[in-house]
Write a protein that binds this ligand. Structure first.
Ligand SMILES: Nc1nc2c(c(=O)[nH]1)N[C@H]1C(S)=C(S)[C@@H](COP(=O)(O)OP(=O)(O)OC[C@H]3O[C@@H](n4cnc5c(=O)[nH]c(N)nc54)[C@H](O)[C@@H]3O)O[C@H]1N2
Ligand SMILES: Nc1nc2c(c(=O)[nH]1)N[C@H]1C(S)=C(S)[C@@H](COP(=O)(O)OP(=O)(O)OC[C@H]3O[C@@H](n4cnc5c(=O)[nH]c(N)nc54)[C@H](O)[C@@H]3O)O[C@H]1N2
Ligand code: SF4
Ligand SMILES: [Mo]
Length: 869
């Protein structure tokens, strides 16, 4: 069977996958044993890639260009776009046109979009969702190293003696790297792992020390660490003298950050802080692995630099097992940084200095070029809201859900005269589009991506696209042609684009820019097709790529030295009765759920939008576990189910970011996020919204499992998830509904109804059969906390004849079982039963139930269940 090697489309780990295809039919999608990012491992999302391909929700896939509601040909769509751009430029100037791109584009798509905008349309109003993701990390690397260059590689995690996870829930968000750390720790008994995160997360399973600091106080902690290193003689004065500038100033600004002060500001016990500082002090092979808990902050860039400062002061970078390692989120966040996808970069690590502008323009031979930075994401949408942007082309991102203050973003999209959306499926954002372009999805598109360790891998096509869906690079190229730029955009394939991008990276470089892949600029079409994963820089002197940077202590600043940079740490203040809402990711969902939300195995782990609240706060506010609550502030409101949990501290809340209007009402968490950004990077503060929380009641809560979608308009609340048999919709209503009649009304055919009632809690089950087949199943509850779990309903729907219906009457289904392992469908109850029977290790659970033996994403939860039974 032909096997195609590709790269997982989800996170920045960039795992290699091998796809077997027979007669255009995908048979298997498995981990590639030889890919250096994953060596044969995948997480739950990667393991379900085949299922994601097969199941596109409700025929939601976009298949034809649509202009003002009418399906049209590509030439008509691209002509319309070109005319809109021309008219807008003529009437309002070049800055009235903008692109909003994404780290989920391939490098080739990204390169062409950036080139068209900056070099030909002539404005730098092109930004990307990476602004929300790692722009603080980029800004900090540039301040410290003079270049956006990640010094480390994954091997550093294998050989480090101390890994400090800062604002990272790697067990769920970079699971294969997390598994790599687990393996490294098993091999190295001296290795220690620290997690710095206000929440307890699944990642804690691996850690030796958890620092549950107050939200956003990391700056105090790392300044305190610098001071401690200085005071305990833990710095490397030789390295500082030879390779850095600005140490004195950094030392001075850290001077006030005594252990007591750090403890006071962060809310951490002094002994915990002391232990962390001592471990850091004692361990030359330290990697700081940081992610959104650091970046997504109004002081994110300073925090990144505070971490980097500690590495510079100890000379801990540029050798195996050490370095400040910012981990990227999206599959091609790095590719975007390389092509200049951010509004304040030009291309190939060049900025808006006159030398760079001139160089890029000569390379592109373009009639004009943007000569200053454009608007960053939040400002860009502000300009849309103010009516300054007349044509906005959004590609591969869902800003109506993911940008702060979504209500405002939606209003802005509403008033923008021409919104173009390129996507694979229908989304909240495409609802606002005047022109919708159907893009190729994973498995159909072809090109390259760069992962967190600067490794370029190929994504390869292995299946036909539906309808007339086309690659993004192709669509952009067609618009460029319609604008009269044929000769500058002659691309017939991703290969042609890649080699041009590679050539630009080497153009007049001579070692002045870290991003140099000139060694790949002569690839033939065939060599490009066969390109194996390689880490940049790839040059004449490093033709096989480069695993680690800065080994020689030379940096890309004017002085060639790295820079210490310090800012003033700031705290988030909430008044009494207010909460700080933290937001982030779940194990099995990807962002706005356009793909992972379509696969039952991935939805069952967490089927409903929820908010975690500490038991004490819940008690004070009269909120019960699994009741619904409303979280609100002046910007908006969100309705979610309460998860009462010790893993969140009092005064804080945590909510996943994934749900949106395609899946639930009132579920867009970014409705609550203020548009506050870091002044250096422009990255929004997405991890700390000030909100209120209160119980939210409906007269009745009803879980409906059905084969087809139900009409959702009548309900004050609904949330829909895919299950094996069809869909499960939870509705909330204050109306008096005759549910038996409602069920009968949903179908034209004759249904036989079986009904069970529980007089004590007024819950009710209605099962509607067509002949012997269960068609619709309803569970009605007055108290939402009595609703059964989706896992349980799913089992009931699949095997109604096996169900002890009497359990329902006794209310035993309430809050019942939950899915733990999505590979084997193993539930918590089955695992607990096995533990009660004497099972005491993951290995034993794996050998009897399967759970934990495939992708391993559930291992932290298995350990938790074993430890707490
Ligand atoms: N399953 C899954 N994996 C993903 C994604 C996904 O959607 N789903 N998305 C990918 C993308 S694009 C990204 S950017 C990455 C993000 O990967 P991560 O950054 O690991 O994920 P998050 O859940 O956003 O946030 C990480 C942690 O930051 C903590 N945090 C919040 N505030 C603070 C603080 O003030 N200080 C500290 N130290 N920590 C804080 C949160 O409690 C949370 O546990 O994940 C990638 N991987
Ligand atoms: N409150 C809060 N907000 C956040 C975050 C947070 O932690 N908290 N995290 C932020 C971060 S780090 C990120 S990365 C963003 C993510 O937010 P988004 O980028 O908005 O989320 P996605 O759902 O990944 O959107 C990608 C879209 O691209 C489509 N797509 C996939 N492949 C292709 C393709 O090849 N071409 C085209 N044209 N379309 C394609 C998908 O169907 C989907 O609609 O959210 C940010 N927002
Ligand atoms: S860790 Fe999971 S989501 Fe990330 S690239 Fe690997 S398989 Fe894909
Ligand atoms: Mo991200």
């Amino acid at each position: 069977m032909p096997e195609i090697l590709s790269t997982c489309p989800y996170c920045g780990v960039g795992c290699g996958v091998s796809v077997s295809v027979l007669d255009d039919d995908v048979k298997t999608v498995l981990a590639t044993p030889t890919h250096p990012a994953n060596y044969g491992r995948l997480c739950s999302k990667g393991s379900n890639l085949k299922e994601t391909l097969l199941s596109v929700r409700d025929g939601n896939r976009l298949t034809h260009p649509v202009v003002y509601g009418e399906a049209v040909s590509w030439s008509e769509a691209t002509q319309t776009i070109a005319r809109k751009i021309e008219q807008s430029i003529a009437q309002y100037g070049r800055d009235s046109v903008a692109f909003y791109l994404s780290g989920q584009l391939l490098t080739e798509d990204y390169y062409v979009a950036n080139k068209l905008m900056k070099g030909f349309i002539g404005t730098a109003n092109v930004d990307t969702n990476s602004r929300l993701c790692m722009s603080s990390a980029v800004a900090a690397y540039k301040r410290a190293f003079g270049s956006d260059s990640v010094p480390c590689c994954y091997e550093d995690l294998d050989v480090a003696d101390l890994i400090v996870l800062v604002g990272s829930n790697a067990a769920w968000t970079h699971p294969v790297l997390y598994q790599r750390m687990v393996a490294a720790k098993a091999n190295n008994p001296n290795m220690r792992v620290v997690s710095i995160d206000p929440r307890q997360t699944a990642t804690n399973d691996l850690v030796d020390l958890h620092l549950p600091l107050l939200p956003s106080t990391d700056g105090f902690l790392f300044q305190g660490l610098l001071r401690y290193l200085i005071q305990t003689d833990g710095i490397d004065q030789g390295y500082i003298d030879r390779h850095t500038d600005g140490f004195e100033a950094a030392a001075n600004s850290a001077e006030a950050m005594s252990l007591e002060r750090v403890s006071r500001e962060t809310g951490l016990d002094q002994s915990l802080v002391q232990t962390f500082f001592d471990w850091f002090l004692a361990t030359p092979k330290t990697v700081s692995f940081y992610s959104q808990g650091i970046n997504q902050s109004a002081t994110g860039t300073d925090k990144c630099n505070a971490i980097i400062n500690c590495h510079l002061a100890t000379g801990r970078l540029g050798y195996a097992g050490a370095g400040p390692f910012s981990i990227t989120g999206q599959p091609n966040a790095m590719g975007g940084r390389e092509v200049g996808g951010l509004a304040n970069q030009l291309a190939a690590h060049m900025d808006f200095s006159s030398g760079d502008i001139d160089r890029v323009q000569r390379f592109w031979n373009s009639p004009r070029i943007a000569n200053e930075a454009g608007l960053k994401a939040v400002d860009l949408f502000e300009a849309v809201a103010e009516g300054k942007i007349k044509v906005l082309w959004i590609m591969a991102t869902n800003p109506a859900v993911s940008l702060p203050n979504s209500n405002k973003i939606r209003a802005a999209l509403e008033i923008c005269p021409t919104v173009i959306v390129s996507d694979v499926t229908h989304t909240d954002t495409s609802d606002f589009a005047d022109i919708v372009l159907p893009a190729l999805g994973w498995g159909e598109k072809d090109g390259s991506v760069t992962n967190s360790e600067r490794r370029i891998s190929r994504q390869r096509a292995f299946r036909q696209a539906p309808g007339s869906a086309k690659a993004d690079w192709w669509a952009i190229t067609q618009v460029a042609h319609q604008l009269g730029f044929q000769e500058y955009f002659p691309y017939q394939s991703p290969h042609a684009i890649f080699v041009e991008h590679a050539a630009l990276s080497g153009f007049e470089n001579q070692g002045s820019r870290a991003f140099d892949i000139s060694g790949l600029s002569d690839l033939s079409e065939l060599e490009y097709q066969e390109l194996t994963p390689i880490q940049w820089p790839v040059t004449a002197t490093h033709p096989q790529g480069t695993d680690r940077l800065f080994e020689d202590g030379q940096f890309y600043t004017a002085s060639g030295r790295a820079q210490f940079v310090s800012g003033k740490p700031k705290k988030i203040q909430a008044k009494k009765a207010e909460f700080i809402l933290n937001t982030g990711r779940l194990r099995d969902q990807w962002h706005t759920m356009t793909r992972t939300g379509a696969v039952p195995a991935l939805t069952v782990h967490d089927p409903l939008p929820f908010v975690q609240i500490n038991p004490e706060d819940a008690l004070t506010l009269g909120i019960k576990h699994h009741q619904f609550v409303q979280v609100s502030n002046v910007l908006g409101r969100v309705v979610m189910r309460a998860e009462v949990s010790q893993s969140i501290a009092s005064g804080q809340l945590f909510s996943p970011i994934h749900w949106n209007q395609q899946f639930a009402t009132h579920a867009v968490v970014c409705n609550l996020i203020e548009s506050v950004v870091d002044p250096v990077s422009g990255q929004p503060e997405s991890k700390a919204a000030i909100v209120a929380i209160e119980p939210y009641d409906c007269g009745q809560w009803v879980y409906v499992v059905s084969r087809a979608p139900i009409d959702k308009h009548a309900w004050v609340y609904w949330a829909e998830s895919v299950v094996d048999a069809g869909l499960a919709t939870l509705v909330g209503t204050n109306a008096k509904v005759d549910w038996r009649q409602w069920v009968l009304n949903t179908s034209d055919s004759d249904l036989t109804i079986t009904q069970y009632q529980n007089p004590i809690d007024e819950s009710e089950v209605i099962a509607a059969y067509q002949q012997d087949q269960l068609e619709i199943l309803l569970f009605v509850a007055v108290d939402a906390s009595r609703l059964p779990s989706l896992t349980w309903l799913n089992q009931l729907y699949a095997n109604p004849q096996l169900v002890p219906w009497s359990d329902l009457l006794r209310g035993e289904a309430g809050g019942a079982d939950e899915l733990i392992c999505s590979c084997f469908g193993t539930t918590r109850k089955a695992i607990e039963l096995s533990i009660d029977g004497g099972t005491s290790s993951i290995e034993e659970l794996s050998s009897t139930l399967g759970c934990g033996s495939k992708c391993g994403s559930c291992k932290p939860e298995l350990n938790y269940l074993i430890a707490n039974r």
